[in-house]
Design a protein around this ligand. Structure first.
Ligand SMILES: [Zn+2]
Length: 195
């Protein structure tokens, strides 16, 4: 938001929309991206609106996919934190989450700026189950995706490659022994001063 203040001042923009991160149902998640903060910010003659707080991340993806299918225009969804060139790396948690969110909405991730193959589906499954540690802020997104895939499974069932996600216990996702072993290894390295 700080970056937009410079452009807003230069171009005399009076209203800036900041896309919401969570929604009002996500109680107890601590995040600086919140309407109680964004909506009260002002700089010069510019005000901020924390936009679409009434929708979950999945509901937003549903709308984007619906609009794209209807208009036959597919926006490039740049969501990645890791890829520096302006694209999506397709190998980080946020890319994985968005890929599955698009699938859950009935869309094809390849049309929205991702490279998705059945092989990547297997990689995502493996990494979610055995490698990635999900934060308390990330779990609600995955549970929402899982819920939507369960709802839509009859339509997508012909592609049973998505069935595995319906069986994941996201509340307990970090308790896998391989992840615990990895954490212990990391702690040991820290204690011993090794990287
Ligand atoms: Zn990424």
């Amino acid at each position: 938001m700080g970056l937009t203040s410079v452009i807003a001042s230069k171009k005399n923009i009076e209203l800036i929309y900041i896309a919401s991160s969570y929604n009002k149902q996500d109680v107890g998640i601590k995040c600086a991206s919140d309407p109680t903060i964004d909506n009260t910010l002002r700089f010069a003659n510019t005000r901020i609106v924390h936009d679409q707080y009434n929708l979950t991340r999945q509901e937003k993806l549903d709308k984007i996919v619906q609009y794209a299918e209807k208009s036959r225009q597919y926006p490039f969804l740049r969501v990645c934190w890791k890829e520096k060139g302006g694209k999506n790396c397709c190998h980080c948690e946020k890319c994985y989450r968005t890929i599955f969110g698009i699938i859950a909405a009935g869309g094809d991730p390849n049309q929205f700026g991702f490279t998705y193959t059945p092989r990547l589906n297997q990689k995502i499954r493996y990494e979610l189950l055995y490698k990635l540690t999900l934060t308390d802020g990330q779990k609600p997104f995955w549970k929402d995706i899982q819920k939507r895939i369960r709802q839509n499974l009859s339509e997508t069932e012909s592609n049973s490659q998505y069935q595995w996600i319906t069986k994941v216990n996201f509340d307990d996702i970090n308790s896998n022994w391989r992840k615990i072993r990895k954490k212990i290894g990391k702690c040991k390295r820290l204690l011993l001063g090794r990287k």
